[in-house]
Design a protein around this ligand. Structure first.
Ligand SMILES: Nc1ncnc2c1ncn2[C@@H]1O[C@H](COP(=O)(O)OP(=O)(O)OP(=O)(O)O)[C@@H](O)[C@H]1O
Ligand SMILES: [Mg+2]
Length: 439
């Protein structure tokens, strides 16, 4: 089937910048339109379909943040990348909280932006696209993983709720994608919600939508993710962090496929498949009275436990070759191999961050490696001093910047969580951000 390309709208009052960005993204095969006036965006969206908006923040008359807020209420399925020439931490955090997918400061590196677009394209594909390729993207030689993949492919076209568990970075989201794209729902939205990123009231309005006048500030009706995903899939990530009261409401959606919008009294019915994931021990949370047992049974119609990378050592070399290929392409390098010593060190490492950590590690090695072989000094977990001495200050800064932005993205702007992800304390994170001048 013909691939329906991601449709992107760029909104920026600086026409020259907007048009050059359009040309850049178009050259990668995407459909891109440009709009100079933020006030015209809503009208355009009522006539044309877009999947991603790339939006400037400071524009005369109508700021990007207001636009994000307005559009996100009416079209929660549209992804947002915010760009700004005047970065600030509060703006980044606000944008992320309002539902932006990412936040970048200008000037932006083309590769960084394109990578983000590819990521969004993958998670927001509404079409048949890529479904068949997904299994090829999940790289593994481990028999246990192969069996899991087979089982998941088999049950993908049922409506069974699936609970995916496993340590952080083991590929839970990838399995959720596999389930969606191998199901008859693949042409419909697959909407992902991180239940740990929002406080209870915000999460409920995000999931169920809000009726006009439900609370001060709710000036218009807003549909939630369950409604937006009708006929598709909702991926409830980090479900172990959901509060008890929200759990009851989600249980009702699972049992009866219906719910009320916040402040509403009209029952809304939806046809959705729910896939949930967590890296927390739900059995323990149940005994501690923090997770509803009935919800647990409803969610785990099919259980999928992903083993840690440490327990599938064979995959370390397979995956590192795979990621090396990817980053060779992205950074236009021609690195041929990992030296034998490097391989040994990688196999001995415990990989607490699992495949995500391995991927970041290979990206870092690719950036630092000047020759055609990755050697132990390129590894982040061996001798950071040595790494520092062989790389330029600018490279280190860029690396730091990317890690921080990526952690902030994963934590949806919650700094405390970003710091935990980076394994540093909050103050250190704040100081680094200040020093790097990213915000
Ligand atoms: N088997 C695999 N083959 C190729 N890439 C993989 C594989 N497993 C995971 N990845 C990659 O590793 C990264 C982490 O995977 P993913 O986001 O699915 O993990 P997760 O279990 O959801 O993590 P978290 O609990 O932290 O949310 C992603 O970039 C994903 O594409
Ligand atoms: Mg995840």
């Amino acid at each position: 089937m013909e691939r329906n390309p991601l449709k992107i709208l760029i909104i920026d009052d600086e026409k020259e910048f907007g048009l050059s960005l359009k040309a850049l993204i178009e050259s990668e095969g995407y459909f891109v339109a440009y709009e100079e006036f933020p006030l015209k965006v809503e009208q355009r969206l009522s006539k044309e379909e877009f999947h991603l908006l790339i939006c400037d923040i400071y524009m005369p008359g109508y700021g990007g943040i207001t636009l994000l807020e307005e559009i996100h209420k009416k079209h929660p399925q549209i992804a947002f990348i915010m760009l700004t020439g005047y970065p600030s931490i509060p703006n980044a955090v606000t944008a992320m909280k309002l539902g932006a997918d990412n936040f970048f400061s200008k000037p932006i590196q083309p590769e960084t932006l394109l990578q983000e677009i590819i990521r969004i394209d993958r998670s927001h594909s509404w079409t048949d696209a890529e479904s068949c390729a997904l299994e090829d993207k999940i790289i593994t030689g481990c028999p246990e993983m192969r069996q899991i993949l087979q089982e998941m492919t088999k049950i993908a076209d049922s409506n069974a709720t699936v609970l995916i568990t496993g340590e952080s970075g083991t590929g839970k989201e990838l399995i959720a994608d596999l389930l969606h794209f191998n199901s008859p729902r693949k042409g419909k939205p697959c909407i992902k919600v991180n239940c740990a990123a929002l406080p209870e009231t915000l999460l409920e309005s995000e999931l169920f939508g809000v009726e006009k006048g439900a609370y001060t500030g709710a000036e218009t009706m807003r549909i939630g993710k369950f409604e937006a995903a009708n006929n598709g899939t909702v991926f409830l990530d980090e479900i172990g962090d959901m509060t008890f009261s929200t759990q009851s409401k989600v249980l009702r959606v699972l049992q009866d496929h219906e719910f009320y919008r916040v402040g509403g009294n009209q029952l809304i019915r939806v046809d959705i498949r729910i896939v949930a994931a967590t890296n927390r021990d739900l059995a323990r949370l149940i005994t501690e009275g923090k997770f509803r047992e009935d919800l647990y049974y409803r969610l785990s119609v099919v259980n999928c436990y992903l083993p840690s990378l440490k327990s599938r050592t064979g995959d370390i070399s397979l995956l590192s070759e795979h990621f090396l290929n990817i980053f060779n392409n992205i950074y236009r390098k021609q690195i041929k191999r990992f030296s034998p010593q490097t391989r040994i060190l990688m196999e001995q490492h415990s990989w607490p961050g699992n495949i995500r950590e391995l991927k970041n590690c290979v990206e870092r090695c690719t950036l630092f490696c000047e020759g055609d072989e990755i050697v132990p000094t390129h590894l982040p977990f061996r001798n950071t001093l040595a790494v520092g001495s062989i790389s330029s200050g600018a490279e280190m800064e860029e690396m730091n910047r990317r890690q921080i932005l990526s952690a902030l993205e994963q934590s949806r702007g919650v700094r405390k969580e970003a710091a935990t992800l980076l394994n540093i304390d909050r103050r250190t994170l704040y100081n680094r951000m200040k020093k790097l001048g990213i915000y």
